[in-house]
Design a protein around this ligand. Structure first.
Ligand code: 4GM
Length: 249
């Protein structure tokens, strides 16, 4: 996958993209990340990219010309229009695992990182295909959100996590939260690993993990359960939880 990131601060991406799994994915050419400085497409000699808002008010707005120029540049570089042009912004659609899976199908992504009070509306209307938010909070720029999206998408590309790993067994893939994990030692400061995990009974372990996933989801994120297809086993587990709870009242 080719990812072009349009930003005023390309240096911010150095850490995450030159470490760990994203570094390896780039080395193996499973992803190609190209950082484009929006300032290089400024149309004035002072290299400015922002201006005061029409109608007045505080703050600055990113002008349309440098952003259109930067998108034209990446389209020419790639030889075609990008599949999706994403704008990271607090008003966007909430980012989640389903959207990451959808974006992971694309051959070419463009991500625009805004700043200041925002970006000229004509960029949104004519260039952007997807406005995405990583959460209900405002940041100083779209760079950290872009890194979050690239990380979540890249790990879904075959080969990025290694040849045999699966991205399917963990939180959100099935819509449930993940079960607890343990490794050695068997006992640490008096805290023991649950016996069932040491039992070697694969079926019991699978059932325990499923139950833990359901309990965690019920307790922490009950709204997620509305979107999950529950199996017969799941329904039995939940019924039993309800009966156990009723005994307490
Ligand atoms: C306004 C318009 C994204 C502000 C475009 C970006 C939070 C998020 C910005 C922009 C951002 C988010 C920059 N803050 N919640 N600030 O995903 O890029």
């Amino acid at each position: 996958m080719k990812i072009d990131i349009l930003t005023l601060f390309p240096e911010m991406f150095a850490g995450p993209f030159t470490s760990s799994i994203l570094k390896r994915a780039r080395e193996r050419e499973l992803i190609e990340v190209n950082l484009v400085n929006i300032r290089d497409f400024s149309i004035n000699k002072h290299r400015t990219v922002d201006d005061t808002p029409y109608g007045g008010g505080a703050g600055m707005v990113i002008c349309p010309e440098p952003v259109f120029g930067a998108v034209e540049h990446v389209a020419a570089l790639r030889g075609s229009r990008p599949g999706r042009v994403v704008l990271m912004c607090p008003q966007g659609r909430p980012f989640n695992q389903a959207l990451a899976l959808d974006l992971a199908k694309e051959k070419h992504l463009v991500i625009i990182c805004g700043h200041y009070e925002g970006i000229d509306e004509r960029v949104r209307e004519n260039l952007v295909t997807d406005e995405i938010s990583i959460g209900d909070y405002v940041l100083t720029g779209g760079e950290l959100p872009a890194m979050v999206v690239v990380d979540a998408v890249a790990r879904l590309i075959p080969g990025v996590l290694g040849e045999f790993s699966s991205t399917g067994e963990e939180s959100f893939c099935e819509g449930l939260l993940e079960y607890p994990h343990y490794t050695r030692p068997r006992e640490y400061l008096g805290m023991a690993v649950p016996d069932v995990l040491l039992s070697g009974h694969h079926e019991e372990i699978r059932h325990w993990r499923r139950r833990q996933s359901l309990l965690r989801t019920l307790e922490r994120r009950p709204e997620l359960l509305g979107q999950v297809v529950l199996t017969g086993e799941d329904k039995e587990i939940i019924k039993k939880v309800i009966i156990d709870l009723q005994e307490l009242i």
